[in-house]
Design a protein around this ligand. Structure first.
Ligand SMILES: NC(=O)c1ccc[n+]([C@@H]2O[C@H](COP(=O)([O-])OP(=O)(O)OC[C@H]3O[C@@H](n4cnc5c(N)ncnc54)[C@H](O)[C@@H]3O)[C@@H](O)[C@H]2O)c1
Length: 261
């Protein structure tokens, strides 16, 4: 049975959407897209997104259960429930496994994997019984394939994809869908530093674009569009999936440059 909504108002009118890490980057694009579609969006982030009066920000550290509980109670008190939870907050670091300290490993796991667990645990009670409720976890293509020196990040994102499938199974009977998005190279602060530190920035951008069959890197709005679709009634029969938003980058088999046609 499809979810009914007022066609004139759009599927996100009167919906309460929570976006972790919504202050900047991909999260901010998701906030902007849902807001433009008429949703009420609450940003949960360590940092202030700015734009007071336009954006609702509740300080949140997704690694800290007390902070998550206070956040959930604040959203419930202010809005009476949650329809869409986007677990987007994430961090990434480049280290060899022998250099990586236990504290660094634990921090990556805490933000990227414990965070979505805690947010789901404490917000699900406020999502149950709301028609069309869904959780969207931001994973990564690095949860499917790997970059060098990213062991903690890759492991955490593989965990996010597995958590997504588990939640889809457990929450389906409660009317809550759960899906993940696995973005590829998206132009945000998270990976801009990799481009900026190279002496020939234009060369790096050109090389990056060549990796993608569609000849460009991703924009945060590309991920936001998929998040919006996953939350909409059009995706009402979609759950437990990891949707790659990566311009086709991972479909190419690598060849030595000498053999490239
Ligand atoms: N940018 C990419 O190419 C790319 C690719 C694949 C996946 N991703 C994933 O997309 C998500 C967003 O990435 P981005 O590029 O926009 O990153 P970003 O660094 O630009 O923004 C991350 C946001 O998360 C917030 N945050 C960090 N730790 C937090 C915590 N403990 N509690 C609450 N908020 C916290 C930050 O304050 C920031 O606003 C991450 O999960 C990332 O792993 C990004």
């Amino acid at each position: 049975m499809s979810v009914q909504h007022d066609q004139a108002k759009g599927p996100m009118q009167d919906r309460i959407v929570v976006v972790t890490g919504g202050a900047r980057g991909i999260g901010r694009a998701i906030v902007d897209r849902f807001t433009a579609e008429g949703a009420t969006v609450v940003i949960g982030d360590l940092t202030d997104p700015g734009d007071p009066g336009q954006l609702e920000w509740v300080p949140l550290d997704v690694t800290d259960e007390t902070s998550v509980i206070e956040f959930a109670q604040s959203v419930e008190a202010g809005h009476g429930g949650v329809d869409v939870l986007v677990n987007n907050a994430g961090i990434m670091a480049e280290r060899s496994i022998t250099e990586e300290t236990l504290a660094e490993w634990d921090l990556t796991m805490a933000v990227n994997l414990r965070g979505p667990f805690l947010m789901a645990k404490h917000l699900i009670p406020f999502m149950e019984g709301r028609e069309g409720a869904s959780i969207i976890n931001i994973g990564s293509i690095e949860g499917l394939v790997a970059n060098r020196l990213h062991a903690a990040y890759c492991a955490s994102k593989g965990g996010v994809h597995a958590l997504t499938r588990s939640l889809a199974l457990d929450l389906g009977p409660h009317g809550i869908r759960c899906n993940a998005i696995a973005p590829g190279w998206i132009d945000t602060d998270l990976n801009r530093s990799y481009v900026e530190r190279h002496p020939d920035r234009d060369q790096v951008v050109a090389d990056l674009e060549r990796l993608h069959p569609i000849a460009r890197i991703g924009d945060p709005a590309d991920v936001a569009a998929t998040a919006f679709w996953l939350a909409s009634p059009d995706a009402g029969f979609v759950t437990g999936q990891v949707i790659q938003v990566e311009g086709g980058r991972t479909v190419r088999l690598s060849l030595p440059t000498t053999l490239e046609p």
